[in-house]
Design a protein around this ligand. Sequence first.
Ligand SMILES: Nc1ncnc2c1ncn2[C@@H]1O[C@H](COP(=O)(O)OP(=O)(O)OP(=O)(O)O)[C@@H](O)[C@H]1O
Length: 309
Amino acid sequence: MLELVDVSKVYKGGKRAVDGISMRLGAGLLGLLGPNGAGKSSLMRIAATVTRPTHGKVLFEGTDVVSRPGALREALGYLPQDFGVYPHLTAREFLSYLAAVKGLSARSARARIGELLELVNLTEAGRRPLGAYSGGMLRRVGIAQALLGDPRVLIVDEPTAGLDPEERVRFRTMLSDLAADRVVLLSTHIVSDIESVASDIAIVAQGRLLRRGSPEELLREVDGHVWETVAGPSGAAAMRERYVISRMIRTAGGTRLRLLSPTPPPEGDAVQVTPDLEDVYLAVINGPAARAPQAVGAARVTGGRVVTR
Ligand SMILES: Nc1ncnc2c1ncn2[C@@H]1O[C@H](COP(=O)(O)OP(=O)(O)OP(=O)(O)O)[C@@H](O)[C@H]1O
């Protein structure tokens, strides 16, 4: 339905934010996963016809929407990363205004806004000015506005930023329901945002598409490469130098490390464990593809989750 063909974006000043990405999207949820600065927002702005690519095409049902964006814009719901609101308007007023811009009649807008406020759990707060909303509440207004026109293509850029854990779960479930019969493209740098809902995952870094596949396909890639071991302070420090660490938990008996290695680590009594998507993500981001010439010198990304018990 939506297709990106060899899309690149070079900003003024020469920054190549997107570098030759091609992908086809059909109904379902595609999770676009990558570290900060990977080019996710740039790619989503291009897919949403907000930014023109420097090179490449974007096709929606066969129409080139770089030159003729209208067809996609009518079918699109978009939540940008830097979504802004008018602080003096209430959520209802703000959504009514956007509904009018989209050409919805006042009557159908009223009904739709009621449904959406319910969906994002803002029915009570809907009559309060947006200036008094928390970050998470504003994000939920952003999600509601993206859904106003019942879009066939939904593009949401880091939609869970600022949401509390309960809202995240609610939102993931909602997106997964919506993806049953429409294209949903969701970007995030948080693996858990997509691991339970995306049947299709694309990993990007340095503007390039490093992997695309189902969670099962991606997991297969690191099967046999994930280990857990417990080390003392100096051993743990040495391992952090040597391996990509996907998790660290400090316990009374030492530091429990989860690390990536194609061969059994000689240090300690490492036990092979079942990989999860966080492991895949770190392996791909830190793998040879991420260290191609233009990425040389890039900081190594680690999970960096440190839990003290
Ligand atoms: N308008 C712009 N002009 C110049 N450089 C830009 C512009 N927008 C983004 N960039 C640069 O392009 C690169 C990719 O940015 P982008 O925002 O697309 O990445 P991202 O994966 O969405 O990261 P984040 O989650 O941090 O927003 C970054 O180095 C960023 O600084």
